[in-house]
Ligand binder design. Structure first.
Ligand SMILES: NC(=O)c1ccc[n+]([C@@H]2O[C@H](COP(=O)([O-])OP(=O)(O)OC[C@H]3O[C@@H](n4cnc5c(N)ncnc54)[C@H](O)[C@@H]3O)[C@@H](O)[C@H]2O)c1
Length: 252
């Protein structure tokens, strides 16, 4: 399937995990991609590994100048911008009110301000191409969760920013959607699992098995992002797509 042929995509947090898998699938489907990540060494290595259709730029999504520069670099090197994937995100696993104010501000800076800055700086280029935005939210944005309170708040914010931007940008022809994965097999979840097991004295694999069957794969998330970025989703905007093995479907 080449349904992203000729599309030019900017993917934040593209060095590893879900962002890397999205970049890989986009390239397979005919897109060229700019990976933007705060980890300079890893983002360069990932772009190299993905071949000529993948480019890299260093960008901290919390810094407005760096985000503007990443968009400008994408337009200059790829010839325009059709898709923005706001994927960069961080987790802090801690009881909500034991977090320091600095930790709380930091997670909001990356997960919320980073998404806002991405959409804000990419909009002029996306309006020219009638392009599209996919934001990485989470099932954590749909419910509260012990140890993930601040993270849940940031992802709920991403969902609401997605909805409002979609409505405000409809007339400009720019679609905005979000994806809400459950626990996916990445370094983020490896880190979270250690903290969750320590705090709850429970086996993380057992929790995952009971609540969502298994971990999701980065390829499964990438498939959904690619669908939302393609013209197959031409009438889909302001939506959020849940992929979580049923985690959010049940109270018990
Ligand atoms: N893994 C999961 O289970 C899961 C579930 C739901 C949602 N998500 C969301 O998906 C996205 C990707 O998660 P992942 O599991 O691949 O994470 P990850 O930690 O494996 O990778 C995140 C990437 O983002 C980059 N990054 C972090 N802060 C950045 C910043 N300030 N500026 C630019 N880049 C930055 C990191 O360097 C890294 O390359 C995140 O938004 C996350 O919240 C993940």
């Amino acid at each position: 399937m080449q349904d992203l042929a000729g599309r030019r995509a900017l993917i934040t947090g593209g060095a590893r995990g879900i962002g890397r898998a999205v970049a890989e699938l986009f390239v397979q489907r005919g897109a060229t991609v700019m990976l933007a990540d705060v980890n300079a060494k890893e983002v360069a290595a990932t772009a190299d590994a993905l071949g000529d259709a993948a480019h890299a730029t260093v960008c901290d999504v919390t810094d407005t100048d760096q985000v503007a520069a990443a968009v400008a670099t994408t337009v200059r090197e790829l010839g325009g911008l059709d898709v923005l994937v706001n994927n960069a995100g961080v987790e802090i696993v801690k009881p909500l009110l034991e977090m320091t104010e600095e930790e709380f501000r930091q997670i909001n800076e990356v997960n919320v301000t980073g998404v806002f800055l991405g959409m804000k700086h990419a909009l002029p280029a996306l309006a020219e191409t009638r392009g599209t935005i996919v934001n990485l939210a989470s099932v954590a944005g749909l419910n509260g969760c012990p140890l993930l309170g601040a993270y849940c708040g940031t992802k709920a914010a991403v969902l609401q920013l997605t909805r409002t931007a979609a409505v405000e940008l409809r007339d400009a022809g720019v679609r905005v959607n979000a994806v809400c994965p459950g626990f996916v097999d990445t370094a983020m979840v490896d880190r979270a699992a250690v903290a969750i097991e320590a705090a709850l004295d429970a086996s993380f694999p057992d929790l995952v098995a009971a609540k969502q069957g298994r971990l999701g794969t980065v390829a499964e998330v990438a498939e959904t992002v690619a669908y939302l970025a393609s013209d197959r989703a031409a009438w889909t905007t302001g939506s959020s797509y849940v992929l979580d093995g049923g985690l959010s479907a049940s109270l018990l």
